[in-house]
Each structure stands twice: as structure tokens, then as C-alpha cells.
Design a protein around this ligand. Structure first.
Ligand code: SAH
Ligand code: SF4
Length: 372
């Protein structure tokens, strides 16, 4: 397990099994690990002091070698539609974003997996920003830990966060081991007890990762398709040159054999005059063939110097109609949290730019979470 700069290990990096092994290594019984694991994830503990059923001696021993290191809150922004965005720092100025999207029956948390992204999709502001580093497993799962804390909830109570989507900054399958570890913690009933159906990983199409995920941690899968042929897709998603559409479709079919859902969700960002012709919709129908799938059409969220515009509402509706008429469930993603730049592809990119919008953000707190 990776040691922190402090020389201490971060207990948030461990699955329950991993923590049990760690406890055995330090000469403690296994069941103690479960107690501590539940304190951290079910009760939101970030210090050993609060763990009332853990002996003083063990607390002292743990404090020497380990910590529960959660990210530092930079700011919290609440949009008029109830969407909450947290900007968190994970050390050395590296900032990530986590977004909470409340809906009638559910609450969805959008989690980041990397600081930046190396894949350079043309329409994505994270991609434009470049890649800094992978998040550790603890940094990934602590976004869920943090959101529960901040929303005043512990997962022990009725869930306020019912769904998690790995759709924040970064390509989750490019940070495979840490993301899978974090997702295993999210699924654990001694922690957040999410169901595999309600945990969705979104990928730009890293085929080897899709195949591994099927065996290691089959959760719901969303694939950022965004084009109906290789020519357009390679133009806007450079990774397509390595993993072209036909091979991607085959990987999706393989994934379905293990998937908790009986369909793949294809995300399709609507870019005016790039991928939004009705001919493209017809092409899409051909490339997915008989695969059980749903389409989610995403109006493009603009950012400075993007060089793309969103398709018109009317064009999106016509595109949707063609897919629906062919029998595919096709939704149009509602843009949420617009007044705080919490929508897809806008994450963190604007942190440093002084736009008028930013002035509207309500900065609630700048505080050291661990000092809570
Ligand atoms: N790297 C993963 C997950 C993070 S991006 C992936 O690419 O799937 C989450 C979703 O937002 C993806 O479908 C991505 O293509 C989409 N997206 C990125 N930039 C966008 C933008 N400017 N407007 C709308 N959707 C965008
Ligand atoms: Fe990375 Fe996803 Fe953005 Fe592409 S769309 S650059 S894979 S975060």
C-alpha cells in the first residue's frame, strides 16, 4: 500500500479485505478492521478518536502508522436547481470536482477519477486541460465520503446518494486498479452499499479495461460513443484510432454477458454539423445492430475556445426521433447546475477564470476537512 508523504498509510485506500490484511500485518485481529472500516464509511469518521468501541491502545497504534486522509474542500457551490459542486484539493494544488445532482426519487453523485485527462477528446474541457495524475483509490472513494458528510448524511441512514456515476474528470479505465478498488468499497454493505445497477462507469472506449471490468467489478456501463463512423469519431476522440468502433461494439457485447444491466448506455454529445446529421442517426442504428442498448443524447456544454456548438433543440429532437422509431430508448440529458458550471465537460476548467458566472457562485466554506 502506498505510503503518504506523512509516512502514514491512508485507510481510505483499502477495501474491507485489504484492511483486514493490513490489520493482520500489524498484529491485530481481523474483526477490528471491520469495525474501523464501518466507522470510516458508515459513520463518516475521519479521526480515530471518535471510534468509541476501539481501544485506546489500538487508536494510539493506528495514529502512529495510519490516517484517514480526506481531500481538502476548496469551495462549495450550490446552483439554483439544487445541484451542488465541490472543488476539492488532493494535494500540491491538484483540484478535482464532485457534483451532486438531486432528482425526485434519487440523488446522483458524479465522481472524478483523475486530475485532468490524457485522452484529449476535442469537445471536452478536461481533455484540453491535459493530464496531471491518477487519483488514489482513497481519493476516488472519499468524494462519496465527502458528499455524504457535506450533505449532512451518513450512509447508515436512508440514502441521500442513491446513484454514483464515474463521469467527472478523467477516464476511469485509465486508472483501472484504483477505480476498481474504490468502486468495491462503494458496493460494500459495510460501507455505502450501492447496487451494481446504480453505479455507472463511463468510458471513452478503452477496450482492455472494459474486458477486465467485466470480470473484476461488473457495474453499469456507459460508453461515450459520440459518432457513428470511425472518420468522425477519430477526429473528436483520438482514442478511436486505437480502439475503433467495430471492436468497441464487440467489447460492449462481451460486457453484457456479465453486466448488472441488460443494456449498454451510449452517450452521444450533440455537436452541430459534426455528428448530428440525420444520416448519422441512421448509421448509429446500423453499428449497434442487435445490441441491447439505450442512447443518451447530451447537448454540448460550451466552454471558452471550444470550437464546437451544440446542435439546436430541434435537430436533437429529430435525431432522437429516428433512434426512437428504430425501437431504441433515447433520452436527452437535462443540463443541470448550469449557473455553477457543473455540467459535463465543464469541470474545474473554469476554476481559475474570472467569469461573471463565477461571481454568482456561492462560496460557502474554505476549510480543512480533516480538522472537522
Ligand atoms: N472519461 C469518461 C468519463 C468522463 S466524461 C468518458 O469520456 O466517458 C463524462 C461524459 O461527459 C462523457 O460522455 C463525455 O464525452 C461527456 N462530455 C465531455 N465534454 C462534454 C461537453 N463539453 N459537453 C457535453 N458532454 C461532454
Ligand atoms: Fe477524458 Fe472523457 Fe474528457 Fe475524453 S471526454 S478527454 S476521456 S474526460
Amino acid at each position: 500500500m502506498k505510503e503518504l508523504k506523512s509516512g502514514k498509510v491512508n485507510l481510505l485506500d483499502y477495501t474491507l479485505n485489504g484492511l483486514e490484511e493490513f490489520f493482520i500485518q500489524i498484529g491485530e485481529p481481523k474483526f477490528r478492521a471491520k469495525q474501523v472500516f464501518r466507522w470510516i464509511h458508515l459513520n463518516g469518521a475521519s479521526t480515530f478518536e471518535v471510534m468509541s468501541d476501539v481501544s485506546k491502545t489500538l487508536k494510539a497504534k493506528l495514529s502512529e502508522i495510519a490516517e484517514i486522509r480526506v481531500p481538502q474542500l476548496i469551495s462549495e457551490h450550490i446552483a439554483s436547481d439544487g445541484v451542488v459542486k465541490w472543488i476539492l484539493e488532493v494535494g500540491e494544488g491538484n483540484k478535482i470536482e464532485t457534483v451532486y445532482i438531486p432528482e425526485n426519487e434519487r440523488g446522483t453523485l458524479c465522481i472524478s477519477s483523475q486530475v485532468g485527462c490524457a485522452l484529449e477528446c476535442q469537445f471536452c474541457s478536461t481533455g484540453r486541460q491535459g493530464f496531471n495524475r491518477n487519483l488514489t483509490a482513497g481519493e476516488v472513494v472519499s468524494q462519496l465520503w465527502w458528499a455524504n458528510q457535506s450533505l449532512g448524511h451518513t450512509p447508515k441512514e436512508e440514502k441521500i446518494i442513491t446513484n454514483v456515476v464515474m463521469m467527472g474528470m478523467g477516464e476511469p479505465l485509465a486508472n483501472y486498479d484504483n477505480v476498481v478498488t474504490a468502486m468495491k468499497i462503494m458496493l460494500d454493505d459495510n460501507a455505502y452499499n450501492l447496487s451494481k445497477r446504480k453505479l455507472t462507469l463511463s468510458t471513452s472506449g478503452m477496450i482492455p479495461g472494459i474486458d477486465r471490468l467485466k470480470n473484476d467489478c461488473p457495474v453499469s456501463l456507459a460508453v461515450s460513443l459520440h459518432a457513428s463512423n470511425d472518420e468522425v469519431r477519430s477526429e473528436i476522440i483520438p482514442l478511436n484510432k486505437k480502439y475503433p468502433i467495430k471492436e468497441l461494439m464487440a467489447a460492449c457485447s462481451r460486457y453484457l454477458s456479465a453486466s448488472p444491466r441488460d443494456f449498454i448506455t451510449f452517450e452521444y454529445v450533440m455537436l452541430q454539423n459534426v455528428n448530428d446529421k440525420l444520416q448519422h442517426a441512421r448509421e448509429l442504428i446500423k453499428i449497434v445492430g442487435n445490441m441491447p442498448c439505450k442512447f443518451n443524447l447530451i447537448p454540448f456544454n460550451p466552454f471558452p475556445n471550444a470550437g464546437f456548438e451544440s446542435s439546436s433543440r430541434d435537430q436533437i429532437l429529430q435525431f432522437q426521433k429516428i433512434l426512437r422509431n428504430a425501437g431504441f430508448i433515447t433520452t436527452i440529458r437535462k443540463t443541470r447546475g448550469e449557473d455553477i458550471d457543473a455540467a459535463c465537460g465543464q469541470l474545474v476548467g473554469k476554476v481559475n477564470d474570472k467569469t461573471k458566472r463565477q461571481e454568482k457562485w456561492r462560496t460557502i466554506a474554505i476549510q480543512q476537512v480533516s480538522s472537522k
